[in-house]
Design a binder for this molecule. Structure first.
Ligand SMILES: Nc1ncnc2c1ncn2[C@@H]1O[C@H](COP(=O)(O)OP(=O)(O)OP(=O)(O)O)[C@@H](O)[C@H]1O
Length: 354
């Protein structure tokens, strides 16, 4: 299907959880604030596009992913797959969706059944999704993920594979059913550095080959920027900046995005960028008010930050949610949307955790 309809469209998606309540809370009918794990996320993914979602632990990445695949019921908002609202899916639609949308998990050590050989794992996937020509597909996909020669690997159990090899099998299992969309949940974070590079290279080549789209979630901006054309920066349940990857790396707008970029190690010691880390952690996403979510850690905080900033396009394809880039009198994005010199220095980003 290539009529311009996005493969995936998420519109104002929210997922709130109730806090666990004690018997006393129940008896006293105490109202508890909700946990706003995902709070109004919108994004669009077209055919062959790879987009990333990055953010610190607890910002809502996994909840977003679980809501996408139907493990959580959305509190509000819409998920459209090839233009169809998944809330209207029947049984057979979900079956097709589960074949068309494949996940590569973070932990290759637990993602595979220890009692199944590589071949059995791959065959099972084909069987579940009713695909034939199974022997040939197994051989082909093992070659594709560079587990060669395939006959060396088919009869191995997960315990006989290295971490990188296990992740290659997980990728093979996702690819073998020819999905339209791959959801990658920090797929290299549990591997050693050299294996990470090999798996990232492989994923990047495969995405070009197989023509699937990918949503890649991670806390690690370096890996996401290697593999994705566009990056969404998430903070406390919201996307606070979205930009093409190189643009985000060269010219982050939001103070939080700036802090993330400046925390990436630079291989060239002569490169002038100051390296700082963002200290502290985001607060719990409970009972959040209408102010900017980042304001308690932001050195650029202004009075207006007590109000939620609009998510506005400040340049072609670059959107940000920060009052610094919004003309409050004109109610339009500030015409001079480029950050000034001082803004790209993370000394301006507060490191408080209050
Ligand atoms: N089932 C649940 N019930 C209640 N709260 C939840 C549930 N799942 C997640 N949360 C809360 O929602 C918030 C977002 O969690 P989530 O796991 O989505 O973040 P994350 O960005 O994926 O973090 P990590 O990278 O550590 O997995 C956290 O405050 C978490 O405690």
């Amino acid at each position: 299907m290539n009529d311009g309809t996005p493969v995936l469209e998420i519109r104002n998606l929210k997922k709130y959880f109730s806090q666990s309540t004690s018997v006393l809370d129940t008896l006293l009918r105490r109202r508890q604030d909700m946990i706003q794990a995902v709070d109004g996320v919108s994004l669009t993914l077209h055919e062959n596009e790879s987009h990333g979602v990055i953010g610190e632990s607890g910002c809502g990445k996994s909840t977003l992913l679980k809501t996408l695949i139907g493990l959580h019921e959305p509190t509000e908002g819409q998920i459209l797959f090839h233009g169809r609202d998944v809330s209207e899916f029947g049984r057979s639609d979900w079956k097709e969706f589960r074949s068309n949308v494949q996940i590569i998990f973070q932990d290759p050590f637990n993602a595979l059944d220890p009692k199944m050989t590589v071949k059995e794992t791959l065959l099972e996937s084909l069987k579940i999704h009713g695909m034939d020509d199974r022997e040939r597909r197994v051989e082909q996909v093992l070659k594709r993920v560079e587990l060669q020669p395939p006959e060396k690997y088919v009869d191995r159990f997960p315990r006989q594979l290295s971490g990188g090899e296990k992740q290659r099998v997980s990728i093979a299992r996702a690819l073998i059913v020819e999905p339209d969309l791959i959801l990658a949940d920090e797929p290299v974070s549990m591997l050693d550095v050299s294996t990470q590079a090999a798996i990232l290279n492989l994923l990047s080549d495969l995405m070009e080959d197989v023509g699937a789209s990918m949503l890649y979630i991670s806390h690690d901006l370096s890996t996401v920027s290697y593999i994705c054309q566009e990056i969404n920066v998430m903070y406390l349940g919201r996307i606070i900046e979205r930009a093409p990857t190189q643009e985000l790396l060269d010219n982050p707008r939001h103070p939080y995005a700036q802090a993330l970029i400046n925390a990436i190690p630079i291989p060239d010691p002569h490169h002038g960028r100051e390296r700082t880390t963002l200290e502290g952690a985001p607060r719990d996403p409970i009972g959040l008010d209408q102010g900017c979510r980042f304001r308690d850690r932001c050195g650029k905080r202004m009075d207006i930050c007590e109000q939620m900033p609009a998510f506005v396009e400040v340049e072609d394809g670059v959107e940000t949610a920060c009052h610094l880039y919004y003309d409050h009198e004109e109610h339009v994005p500030a015409s001079d949307a480029m950050p000034d010199e001082s803004m790209t220095n993370t000394a301006d980003v507060a490191t408080r955790n209050d």
